[in-house]
Design a protein around this ligand. Sequence first.
Ligand code: ADP
Ligand code: MG
Length: 571
Amino acid sequence: MSIKLLNPQIVARIAAGEVVERPSSVVKELVENALDAGASQIVIESQGGGVSLLRIADNGVGIPTAEVELTFQRYATSKISNLDDLESIITLGFRGEALASIAAVAEVELATRAAGEAVGSYLSLRDGVVVERNRQGRSQGTTLTVKNLFRSMPARLKFLKSPNTENSRIANVVTQYALAFAEVKFVLSLDGRTVLRTPGSGRLIDTVIEVYGPEIARNMRDVSSGNGGRLGKVDPTTIVVTGLLGMPAISRASRNYLSFFVNHRWVNSRLLAWVVEEAYHGLLMTGRHPVAVLNISLPSPEVDVNVHPTKTEIRFHDERRVFTAVQKVVRRALLESAPLPKIEEVAIAYVAPQPMWQMSHVPAGSIEHPISLPPTSRPIPAFSFPALRLLGQLASSYILAEGPDGLYLIDQHAAHENILFTQIKEQRSRQQIEVQGLLEPVTFEVSPQQDEIFKSYYKELAGFGFSLEPFGERAYLVRTVPVWLHRKDWMGVLRKLTDVVERGDDWVERLAISIACHSAIRAGQVMSDDEMRELLRQLELVVMPSSCPHGRPTMIHLTLGQLEKEFGRRG
Ligand code: ADP
Ligand code: MG
């Protein structure tokens, strides 16, 4: 065969193969575009493993009318313009390839309105060619819809895995970006089911709660290095490592819980994983891996992201410096992480009455005579909580109390939730959940999607005090509820069951939290002195009284020393 230049359509398709390997690559590129556009909210929808449909909608700056067609041309980008820019890339995209590549292998629709423009644009493309163009009203931002991905490339389609596997890759990409950008709200739905929703609060821990669940979140510790510019002159080449590290107690069987970002770009780095694992050396059993979410910030010229079209591989100019910085931060955080909450540092020795939770450790049969047990067979209390004297209530939301060393401000909802959580878990483990019979059985209807979950879990719910029996098509008869939920929104708990069980193995923990949360006293509710005293007393029985099951603090302690300082009595 003689040599000839390939026609542009073939060139485009060959090149597209590098950027768009599978549906999750499309999601990655489009989410990156949304983030580069400064979006504070990104909604991602996938159907049929991302092959039938992918839709990414953002509220970013939008694309100006004059440029909508240009965005689909190869090497068209608004993000860099000269060779120097390539040396210091501050956006996630820069190669101008993604939209052109996606349009070459799928049917694409674009709806967008740029900031400052009155009307937006609509564009539809087939095989990379515009087939329809219109003006269209919409809110500021961009929506890209990608249909029938790889329809024209049967070989590529064959190489994809099952829709479930492709969906889980999509979920992973979205999860990683959600962790990298805690200030952005992400919503992900797979085949019509919302599987991830992050609050976009800017606090990484809030995202971790949504992504990994409260149990992991509770065992994560903040890490940070560098002085953040506060102490005078900062070395311009400073490497700053921030994020959350899992305590050894929540180690995992795989490395899937290690996330690394370099200047908020998600990167795959076996070396970084190795460096972090080395820092845990001696703290984890063999075959176990830590949980970590770390962002490494360094001046952009120090890193080369232009290694591969997918931009997940990077090179550091001074690899050793980066690795040393990471290792130092991780090691220090691990050493510093006190096993007990901070509040304990100030609690004076105080012998709490035997907490209820200890009972569950007493061997069966000896419950009635716990006193006769040799003292060593009882677990040592993990925490001694000071006796508190009630002072009053603040803003119908906080309880003020005096302790052995100063003032305690207690969040009434969080504290109550904490107490209930402990009781529920303890009673469930003894299979002695207190139940409340309903005056009349109530019919609870479930959606077709919930039905699947309810079918497999309704019997388990009995262990939590919900007695449910199937009642015709997609309905259950509820006869009892856990006592804590009597006259409360127990239906809300059942409605959230799908959410609770689908997020992983520790659904029992999450259900206990959900019940506790729905039963606990609300903020804004006036409490009598007796009620508040009772709450303080019960708080003494909780293993970890200073943080709620969501990992947030339940109380703030102002020591006498701090007060003396504030009032200028002491230097
Ligand atoms: P790159 O991101 O590398 O610049 P893309 O092909 O992904 O290349 O996008 C091309 C251009 O289209 C971007 O540079 C940007 O100007 C514009 N664009 C793409 N997606 C969006 C979006 N969601 N919001 C605003 N502009 C966008
Ligand atoms: Mg891009």
